[in-house]
Every structure is written in C-alpha cells, then in structure tokens.
Design a binder for this molecule. Structure first.
Ligand code: COA
Ligand code: MG
Length: 301
C-alpha cells in the first residue's frame, strides 16, 4: 500500500467550490451542483460587519440540509476576533473538515487540533490548511509534517494565490510562470506529509479557455483539484482533474496481471513488453479507486 492510501482513503477533490456563507442563494444552489467539495467561507468572502450573521446562517443551513459533497468550513484566523466563535460554530455544524486560513507554522495546526481535542470533536473531523503567505510557503514542509502529528487531523492543503500575489508583488499572468516554483514546492511538501493539495482559484470565471489551461497546468503539476469560485467552473474542473479512460484500462490491466497466479510474489513483471513494478501497482490501485468514485458520483447525480 502506498503512503496516500495509508494516510487516508482515496477521495475525490477535483472541484472544490468556495461558497460565501452570507449568500443565501449560493448556499441553496450547492445541492444542485456537481462539485466534489464545498468550502463554506466565513473568511475573505464575508465582510467584517456580516461575519456573525454569516456564521449563524451557515450553521442553520447545514443543520437543516446537507448537500451531497464533502463539506468544509473556512473559518477566520483562530487568533482573530472571530476565530473562537467560528470554531465553535463549525464544530456544531458537523462538517467533514475545517479550513484554516493563512497557516504559517505547525503551531497554527496545533492550536486548532488542541482546541478540537479539548472540545470533544469527533476524530473524523479533519483540518485543511490554506497556504497563501510567504511564511506559509517557506514553512510548508514543516506544516505538512503536522499531517503525521497533532492527532493526524491535517488532511489537505489549499493554495491561495490571491493573497500570495498581494504579499509578494508577483503579478497575475497567464501560465503563472513566476508562481510555478512555489506551487511545486507546496505540492512536494504536501505529498511529503501524505496530504492532498488543491490548486488556487482562477478569478476570471467568464474566461473558459484560460480556466481550462490553468486546470491542465494544475493537473500536470500533480494537484488533486482546484478551488473554484463559480458554478461554471465545476464541470471543466471535474473533467481535467478526473481520470482518462486509457489510464483506467491500463490500471485495471496492471491490477489483473499482479493478481494472476503466475505472478504471485513477483516484484516486477513483463506486461506486454513493458516493465511493471509493484510501485506501478500501487498507482494503479489508487487510480482505479478514483475511477470507481467518479462512476459512483455520476450515478448519484
Ligand atoms: N457558489 C454557489 N452558487 C454560486 C456561486 C458560488 N460560489 N457563485 C455564483 N453562484 C450562483 C448564483 O447565486 C446564481 O444563482 P441564482 O441564479 O440561483 O441566483 C448563479 O450561480 C449564477 O451566478 P452569477 O450571476 O453568474 O454570479 P454572481 O454575480 O451571483 O456571483 C461572484 C459572482 C464572483 C460574486 C460569486 O460567484 C462568488 O461569490 N463566488 C465565490 C467568492 C468566494 O468565495 N471568494 C472567497 C474565496 S477566493
Ligand atoms: Mg485568502
């Protein structure tokens, strides 16, 4: 079994839609959308004077109805005026995960994990972390290690490029040439900690071609999915971060080959003239599991 399977089961996180918690129409819309995950946002998408109201509306909404997708609540920084109240509200709304903004060191993860432990949060409640500041990028490897400690709640990084551009002065350019080194650093750190990792939002939601290009880039960099701001981005993200049929067929052939009696106990085999090792079997198992999840998701919608 490879590390990611050990750490957590394979999950679909191709499309991760941000939904402002104070937007009742947007909240109501989520149930009819095909996003793999929804991040209900109490942070940047909500103005300070509406934060408390948004928090209450969100708890009410999630108590009354639960959209059929992974449910994440992004809270305000724990040290901010709203942090503790947000944590308590989030816990009461029973999400799959709480997303911490602007995480800069392992201590930020520990503070949240400690609070959750002290408040009897179920072990199934995960933590996600936004990596979106210079210190967050620099410390990403240390933060990712928290995936193996502090109760092991840390599950996923989400990259925040709007904040990172603001903090560093790197402009928004097609192809993100000067951001790619950081994106790859974050990817490597996440994988080192056994975490999933989600690419940043694409702001110009009417630019379908530009969005598609950026999804391809994120996928080719190894990202699991993309954080989204608008429903039009869901279909294309599901497509680009999904699995290709040829790859699924190949994965199933590898699994079948290693399961054949003549290959029992072999570390490496010849599959139609190609060397295939057990590490490829691990990859094939993960890919086939993802393909199964996509099929199940399609059948539900
Ligand atoms: N989640 C759920 N539904 C959304 C949505 C979202 N993020 N964004 C838009 N919608 C819905 C709208 O409510 C509307 O539905 P309706 O016709 O039933 O009212 C429909 O999709 C079409 O929306 P549209 O008119 O094209 O956009 P808008 O002007 O209402 O909203 C934004 C544009 C950018 C303000 C909005 O998409 C948004 O708030 N996105 C998320 C921003 C965010 O979370 N930022 C923080 C993280 S970066
Ligand atoms: Mg941000």
């Amino acid at each position: 079994m490879n590390k990611s399977i050990e750490h957590h089961p394979v999950r679909l996180r191709r499309s991760v839609l941000s939904v402002p918690a104070d937007n009742a129409r947007a909240l109501a819309k989520v149930a009819e959308l095909a996003a793999d995950a929804a991040i209900f946002d109490l942070e940047d998408a909500v103005a300070p004077e509406r934060k408390v109201e948004a928090r209450e509306a969100l708890v009410q909404f999630l108590t009354a109805s639960r959209p059929d997708c992974e449910i994440i609540i992004r809270i305000n920084a724990i040290g901010s005026d709203f942090g503790q109240g947000d944590l308590a509200a989030a816990l009461s709304a029973n999400p799959d995960a709480i997303l911490l903004p602007k995480v800069e060191s392992p201590a930020d993860i520990q503070a949240a994990a400690d609070w959750l432990a002290e408040n009897d949060a179920p072990e199934t409640l995960r933590l996600w972390a936004m990596i979106e500041t210079p210190r967050g990028v620099i410390n990403a490897p240390l933060i990712a290690e928290a995936g193996r400690t502090f109760g092991g709640r840390l599950d996923c990084f989400v990259v925040g490029l709007n904040d990172l551009r603001k903090e560093t002065g790197v402009p928004d350019r097609p192809g993100r040439p000067h951001l790619v080194p950081w994106l790859m650093q974050i990817l490597l750190a996440a994988r080192g900690g056994g975490l999933d990792v989600i690419d940043a939002v694409f702001n110009d939601f009417r630019d379908a071609a530009g969005f598609d290009e950026e999804c391809r880039q994120g996928r080719d960099m190894g990202y699991d999915g993309k954080m989204l701001i608008h429903p039009v981005q869901i279909g294309p993200a599901n497509e680009r971060f999904g699995v290709e049929q040829v790859a699924v067929d190949e994965a199933r052939a590898i699994i079948a080959a290693f399961a054949a009696p003549e290959n029992t106990g072999k570390g490496v085999i010849n599959l139609n003239g190609r060397m295939v090792e057990r590490l490829h079997l691990d990859q094939a198992v993960t890919l086939a599991a993802k393909a199964d999840l996509i099929e199940k998701r399609k059948a539900r919608s």
